[in-house]
Design a protein around this ligand. Structure first.
Ligand code: HEM
Length: 458
């Protein structure tokens, strides 16, 4: 790509305030999955450029746009490609070089920046991750089992009829009763509001964030769009977004043992579980229900995210180091000055495995966990920042080397600090409850770009 083309790609943008081109944006970028949900992530490899393009062309008409996403009564699919996938489509080098370095390298190659070492290192990942084989991820989301099965039958037929395309893996997922995740918490409550988006907004989301932080081609928080991949003649980036996909295995038995060892009686264990996350398992935030759970609050979307940390700067209700406060410190006073709104991801994570069992104390070998899925116009950069600063470090909240109690990779002797009066309580012996089993950086193209990649009219 010539310097001139690069500059043009950088400055090519709409005037501030231009409406979002909803019919060109994949629904998943702006809309959360249904609740409850059923679905499957299918990971594929293109064995020839023609095969890959034919598959994209056949999938494109089924990918839901944000303009069609108002009601969640039908199944929909979303698609995203890795850089290796774009290369396998034989895109020209200038186009391939216009993507950001982290995405182009792929998640495994960025393990040092992500601090994915030891048990989380790419060498330990499951196939097909880490081998550069994952070219395309197709996610099918459905609001009920029947529409999921119907959509899957169509997808399977399509994959089977394609030449030169290999299905590498197929992972089913689905919320557990009451929208719980593998550790038994109601999940996906808090997500950023996106300016110009048409999804419902809820009290407590904070001011809407400029669309360009999530969708390529629109002004971001700095007033200009983030760099877009593509060239003048091939504006591949427009209305696209980036995706971080990370498959975590959850050690539920170890988590339950930890709660029993350090939480005391049943109520104390639930309180400790709430302190680790910042919410009770019902979803009720500790800021609004500091002493006991409030199940009605937990499921009330008008109230369950409507809080700030203004009255809890000491962390007496919500520990500074808990998962939720680390991942979005909101208005917490931080030891390292940070614009929190520049480090947001839209989460579309999906849970898999058997429902949470509070009495599981020995690992039963079952596959259970969570596909963390985070979207933004700079998702890889944000994920790397979070891993380095907010997940595997504590300096930003004056906690030295202490790590995120839920997803941090804990060294021997790790601690979790609970601010209390007169003296804080420090729990020793916290261990890693999540292990990374694989992941990839993906690009979720706009629908016109997808059609062009699939050899259809752009
Ligand atoms: C197995 C892994 C994980 C589990 C079980 C988990 C669980 C949870 C739970 C229960 C909540 C509270 C519900 C909510 O506010 O939506 C939450 C919030 C959140 N998590 Fe995770 N999480 C996991 C991994 C991650 C990772 C890897 C990241 C980011 C890199 C992340 C980012 C967030 C964010 C941004 C919030 C919302 C915070 C807020 O806006 O207040 N999570 N997570």
């Amino acid at each position: 790509m010539s310097i001139l083309e690069k500059v043009k790609a950088l400055v090519h943008h709409e005037a501030p305030g231009a409406p979002l081109e909803l019919d060109d944006i994949q629904a998943t970028v702006l809309f959360d999955r249904p609740d409850p949900y059923f679905g499957t992530h299918v990971l594929l490899r293109f064995d020839s450029a023609a095969g890959g393009r034919a598959l994209l062309g056949s999938l494109a008409p089924h990918v839901r746009s944000a303009a069609d996403a108002r009601d969640n009564t039908e199944a929909w699919i979303a698609v995203a490609l890795s850089h290796a996938g774009l290369r396998a489509l034989a895109l020209d080098e200038a186009l391939l070089a216009s993507f950001p370095a982290a995405f182009s390298a792929g998640m495994a190659a960025r393990a040092d920046r992500l601090q994915d070492t030891g048990p989380n290192a790419p060498e330990t990942w499951e196939a097909p991750f880490a081998g550069g084989q994952v070219h395309l991820a197709v996610s099918i989301f459905a609001p009920d089992e029947a529409s999921w099965q119907a959509a899957m039958a169509t997808a399977r037929e399509q994959f089977a009829s394609m030449r030169d395309v290999t299905v590498l893996a197929s992972h089913d997922f689905g919320a557990q009763p009451d929208s719980r995740n593998a550790f038994g918490y109601r999940d996906n409550i808090s997500n950023p509001a996106i300016e110009g988006g048409t999804a419902d907004t809820w009290p407590g989301q904070g001011r809407p964030i400029k669309a360009g932080e999530f969708i390529l081609g629109y002004p971001g928080e700095a007033g200009v769009p983030l760099a877009q991949p593509g060239t003048e003649s091939e504006p591949l980036g427009r209305n696209g977004s980036y995706v971080v996909l990370r498959k975590y295995h959850t050690d539920v038995a170890g988590f339950n043992r930890f709660l029993r060892e350090h939480g005391g009686d049943a109520d104390g264990q639930e309180l400790l579980a709430a302190k680790l996350v910042g919410r009770w398992r019902s979803g009720a935030p500790l800021t609004l229900a500091p002493e006991r759970d409030d199940a009605a609050l937990g499921k009330d979307r008008q109230r369950n995210n409507d809080f700030t940390y203004e009255d809890d700067q000491e962390g007496l209700k919500v520990p500074h180091g808990c998962h939720m406060r680390r991942m979005n410190p909101r208005d917490s006073k931080l030891a390292i000055l940070t614009d929190v709104n520049l480090h947001r991801l839209s989460r579309r994570s999906t849970t898999f495995g058997p429902p949470y069992d509070p009495n599981l104390l020995e690992d039963d070998g079952a596959e259970r966990g969570l596909f963390f899925i985070g979207l933004s116009a700079k998702a890889a950069e944000t994920m790397e920042f979070m891993q380095q600063e907010w997940i595997n470090h504590g300096n930003f909240i004056d906690l030295g080397e202490e790590r995120d109690p839920l997803v941090g990779q804990q060294p021997d002797g790790a601690t979790f600090t609970l601010p209390e009066r007169p003296v804080r309580r420090r729990i020793h012996g916290i261990h890693s409850f999540c292990t990374l089993r694989g992941g990839e950086y993906l690009f979720m193209p706009g629908l016109r770009a997808l059609r062009r990649l699939g050899g259809l009219d752009g």
